[in-house]
Design a binder for this molecule. Sequence first.
Ligand SMILES: Nc1ncnc2c1ncn2[C@@H]1O[C@H](COP(=O)(O)OP(=O)(O)O)[C@@H](O)[C@H]1O
Ligand SMILES: [Mg+2]
Length: 295
Amino acid sequence: MSERETEEREQEEERGSTEGHEQDSDGDTGEYEHHGETRDHGGDDGDAIEFIDVKKSFGANTILNGLSLGIPENQISMILGPSGTGKSVCINHMVGLLYPDEGDVLVHGESVPQMADDELFAMRKKFGVLFQDGALFGSMNVFDNVAFPLRQHTDKGEDEVGDIVNKRLKEVGLAAAGTRMPNELSGGMRKRAGFARALVLDPDIVLFDEPDSGLDPVRTALLCELIMEIHEENGGAYVVITHDIMSARRVAEYIAILWKGKIVESGPADELFNSANQFVRQFLAGEAQGPLGME
Ligand SMILES: Nc1ncnc2c1ncn2[C@@H]1O[C@H](COP(=O)(O)OP(=O)(O)O)[C@@H](O)[C@H]1O
Ligand SMILES: [Mg+2]
């Protein structure tokens, strides 16, 4: 990708949201079936991350209600679900920012809730995370933002740090933007800077929380392309969380659909797009008719 977005002026779109919908307290599954205990994701490399019957409530609000899911190694996986279903809550469980009330979360086969602080710290270095809006430090320029994890977590000298940062900035099309401050960047550029920062420690697993939110369709398509290019180049397990079906069609190799605290269905993308499950069909087609209603 080049500097094609450098001159853009972007209208940040208000994100359409039905955030905060109520969860059925009895875990009623309605007309469709939840499953997810057994997975056949077609990869030979095992799972990078596993959720085993995870339950998580905040007060009376049950968010995850027996969620089981495997995230395959070396593929781009997408967790799809309507806003407010607990997708970000899932991400927070993967990196040990939240712990399950019941069940377990494994990263490369190791239980995250059972890790001691130093193990958790080491485990987090496996992850690169692109939070919504890039989550850049507003007081640092782009170069320093991207250099931050290297300066924090490694004892590399400034020459090496500079080489790595410049390589990553170039990869995401921000080679000339190193001295700019976050508030001088468009939304798309901020996300790309966040992406560069997520990659500098050569993570085994990269998490993207709604990378497409607030971007217009063209910027979303460009970002999807970039995610695929960089995955191709670097490998690893990529987990993209989104409610955007178009993004899923573009980049997902593996898809899991989250609804009412469980995975309704998960599998290779082509299977999900041909699912017989009414809910999955409705959600992936973006249709108004079906089991998914306004709640
Ligand atoms: N730390 C928290 N404390 C209380 N409620 C939370 C917390 N984190 C998330 N929630 C609630 O969990 C639900 C799912 O949130 P979230 O995972 O952010 O949804 P999304 O699928 O849009 O990412 C929301 O109703 C949210 O209010
Ligand atoms: Mg979220």
